[in-house]
Design a protein. Structure first.
Length: 203
């Protein structure tokens, strides 16, 4: 019997990313798009771990499916780790990606700190069908913040984030490279052995 796992997103691209990592493993993935009656979970946690766990457990409770949820964001050293868990809400819920980037670059400039080190963080939480938290997995991508946006690829802060070992921003790098080195890809890779083991032994 093929087992099912809910990926707590309405973004089909995230589901395809997990599918590509699992390969031919007999695990049927579904998304929140398959459950239109689900109520969005408010991210009230103060850490990526808390938010991902909140989402995994809440969506598992709503649907009765084992659930994989993630929370991610950008941490900038000179800004004390900001925007962090507020990355998607930096500048307010109505701010555009371009406005958030401008706000970030302005804050860095005002800090007077020459340090532009930063990292993307992703924490994946997996809850079972009874909404019990099973495991947490973390992936990071270290780099620095460029002085101005470059490239039109990706989304969010990608045009100003330059990963270590590269001169191009995530907005300029080919998607196949980003999908290999990104914080989300690394968190998924860390979670993969658990997914294969857990769903490979449970009925």
């Amino acid at each position: 019997m093929t087992k099912k796992l809910l990926i707590a997103t309405r973004n089909r691209g995230k589901v395809l990313e997990v599918e590509s990592l699992l390969g031919a493993f007999p695990l049927r993935l579904c998304s929140l798009a398959d459950f239109p009656a689900t109520v969005d979970v408010e991210e009230t946690g103060s850490t990526f771990e808390e938010n991902s766990a909140l989402k995994a457990q809440a969506y598992a409770a709503q649907t009765g499916y084992s659930t994989l949820a993630d929370d991610s964001g950008l941490e900038v050293e000179a800004l004390g780790g900001a925007p962090g868990v507020f990355s998607a809400r930096y500048g307010g819920p109505e701010a555009t990606d371009a406005e958030r980037i401008d706000l970030l670059l302005g804050a860095l400039k005002r800090s007077g700190d020459a340090n532009r080190r930063a990292r993307f963080v992703c924490v994946i939480a997996i809850a079972d069908s009874q909404a019990k938290l099973l495991e947490l997995f973390t992936g990071t991508c270290e780099g620095h913040i460029a002085h101005e946006p470059r490239g039109s690829g990706g989304f969010g802060y990608d045009p100003v984030f330059v990963p270590d070992g590269y001169r191009q921003t995530f907005g300029e790098l080919p998607s196949e490279i980003k999908q290999r080195i990104s914080h989300r890809a690394r968190a998924l890779q860390a979670a993969l052995p658990f997914l294969l083991s857990h769903f490979g032994t449970q009925a």
